[in-house]
Design a protein around this ligand. Structure first.
Ligand SMILES: O=C(O)CCC(=O)C(=O)O
Length: 271
């Protein structure tokens, strides 16, 4: 992570990683989604929270289970979860031993509704907080949103209120519903293959999708090694664990304090 990226991440709560995936990697992920397109669930227009500015004519599409898909369709997502272009950013935010807590694909067709703006720095939530201490950033839940189709400036899609991860006052409802202060929000144009790194405590949501092509975004949710939202004290290894590389196994581990003894470089202490 460059000094410029660290500065922007600290100030805004997000940063765009351009060309994180190659065009071949994007194509492989899109082919896998095409093969599972009949599993996309269209939501019942439940995300706009009755906001007039976020409503749409259809719901958002959700697709999951990619790590369990038959080969070769699982491979692009298993590779993406510990991708060499993305891992250094996650280690900077979450430290060594970061964990994947979940991942899913968002699809939006023309007219799909937006998502009200949720999260934000207030109230503080220890599972998804943001702090600067000891000369570095510390975060709880931290997300990578990998774009698999282009997002133009007028298309809609992911948006956020920059800096809201540091909020101290509660956010008024009309701002959360995108009915006030609209010009202060940032919609993030991106190319297929770009990734948006953002802390979950950044107030974020979605603008209605205006483009004629389908939006496709892979959201991967990570946390630091000691924090878990996804397990309740027990952990059952998935049946396909042996198919994974050391690094892939490391990120779907159960929570742990420090495990430098494991084979993966992800557990080696940083300089
Ligand atoms: O549309 C997006 O990328 C934002 C999605 C989101 O905030 C969520 O699924 O929690």
């Amino acid at each position: 992570m460059t000094d410029g990226e660290k500065y922007l991440m600290d100030v805004h709560g997000y940063v765009v990683i351009e060309q994180a995936l190659t065009s071949e990697e994007v194509a492989a992920a899109n082919e896998a989604i095409d093969a599972h397109a009949d599993e996309i669930t269209i939501r019942p227009n439940d995300l706009a929270h009755a906001s007039d500015t976020l409503k749409g004519t259809t719901g958002r599409g959700d697709l999951g289970g990619m790590l369990t898909w038959d080969k070769p369709h699982c491979d692009p997502f298993r590779q993406m979860m510990v991708h060499p272009r993305l891992t250094p950013y996650l280690e900077e935010m979450l430290g060594t031993g970061f964990r994947l807590e979940g991942l899913g694909i968002i699809t939006m067709d023309e007219g799909a509704e937006g998502f009200w703006f949720h999260e934000g720095g207030e109230p503080f939530d220890r599972s998804r907080g943001y702090l600067y201490r000891n000369g570095r950033m510390y975060s709880g839940m931290t997300n990578m949103a990998v774009q698999l189709t282009d997002v133009g400036p007028e298309d809609g899609g992911f948006a956020c209120l920059p800096g809201s991860h540091r909020a101290n006052f509660p956010c008024p409802d009309d701002i959360r519903l995108y009915e006030a202060a609209q010009s202060r929000f940032a919609q993030i144009p991106a190319k297929a293959g770009d990734a948006i790194l953002f802390v979950e405590c950044l107030m974020h949501g979605t603008l209605p999708w205006r483009a004629t092509h389908q939006r496709r975004s892979v959201i991967m949710r990570y946390n630091n090694g000691v924090t878990a939202e996804g397990v309740m004290g027990t952990w059952t290894p998935p049946p396909w664990l042996d198919e994974l590389t050391d690094d892939q196994r490391a990120v779907i581990s159960q929570p742990h304090y420090r495990r430098e003894d494991k084979g993966s470089d992800l557990y080696k202490p940083r300089d």
